[in-house]
Ligand binder design. Sequence first.
Ligand SMILES: Cc1cc2nc3c(=O)[nH]c(=O)nc-3n(C[C@H](O)[C@H](O)[C@H](O)COP(=O)(O)O)c2cc1C
Length: 388
Amino acid sequence: MSKYYNIDDLRLLAKKRVPRAVFDYADGAAEDESTKENNGNAFKKWKFIPDVLIDVSEVETQTKVLGTEMPYPFALGPTAISYLFHHSGEPAVARAASKKNFPSTLSSIASTNIEDYAKSSNGSVWFQMYVWKNREISYDFIKRCKESNYKAIMLTVDVPVGGKRERDLRSGMTVPPKLTIASIIDAAFHPSWWWNFIFGPKIGFANVKERFTGKKQKLNNIMTYMNQQFDPSVTWDEAKEIANMWGGPFAIKGLMTPEDAEKAIEIGASAIVISNHGGRQLDSAAAPIDVLPEIAKQVNGRAEILIDGGIRRGSDIVKAVALGADACLIGRPWVYGLAAKGEKGVETVIDVLASEVKRTLQLLGCKSIKDVKRRHVRLNKSFIENSD
Ligand SMILES: Cc1cc2nc3c(=O)[nH]c(=O)nc-3n(C[C@H](O)[C@H](O)[C@H](O)COP(=O)(O)O)c2cc1C
């Protein structure tokens, strides 16, 4: 049995394994990081109300979202440049997820390209899309995803501009990381990471490299890259065109209101992802779990609902389901696993969360994930009283 009992155990190991600037790029968030902190705390306000004396010797946990079967109601969400965290990069993530029959999502700004990621997976893969000012790059993604049999596309809409991530500004973090006096000193503490960085695969934005207006990619701070490349003028009309171009299961990722959920349904999205980008964009944003009930009420079964941000326990996933989500995405947890122990670390993250979901269902008196209802969770009254 693994000695990593929870996600935080892997986070702590990740912190030891990679250079500080790399860890901070994953662990950090925008400005005061209050959105990120609140994402996690918000789950703790919801308390379970269990049923008893129900035969829970067998429990059904599987579900289906975005046309994809999955053994538990969670999938690996998109995060950028996995080669930063471990020399096995995105292919290891695709292998780990598919070995356990979980879908995983490749980011537009991954360090492995669409084609290679699909080849590394033995299961279902999804693609996360940003809209570049140079539309050829983005629209070409759709064609490439079709050719490589991706099951779904999710369009991320909460990055009109890059969030102000102060840990990255302080560390001077670039992609690929540059060698400075500080990084040379750091090498003494993380020799194997630096060895793999220098002699392993070159790290860059693999999906756009060869299409990058003919110029060689420069060392870039991620925020600068987003601000230079992504188009802040994209609207619902274009989201609709993108959904139509794709024609398959399609999600809008990064919405937070019932009104925007309604618009997503109008443009033909089959799913929404309630998300504040793990607190990396708008600081002081509400927590996804707190806006989930009102959005679920509005959606009323007309689209699938996914949610991410702050999920660190299987019980968080069960709470999200009780409040109306069909499934969850996890972000940092699998990045910590990757940084800590490569492919095995991602597998451990999946195993830890899956076993926690199952145990929570049993302790809640639910024979199936479908039996989890709104009445199984209650907002802690003392929190509401204290928050006035
Ligand atoms: C290192 C890192 C990189 C990310 N890159 C992307 C990305 O390229 N595209 C995207 O839509 N979301 C990206 N996200 C946001 C995640 O998909 C997800 O919304 C967020 O991590 C969920 O919060 P959690 O980390 O608390 O689980 C990134 C998150 C992290 C931590």
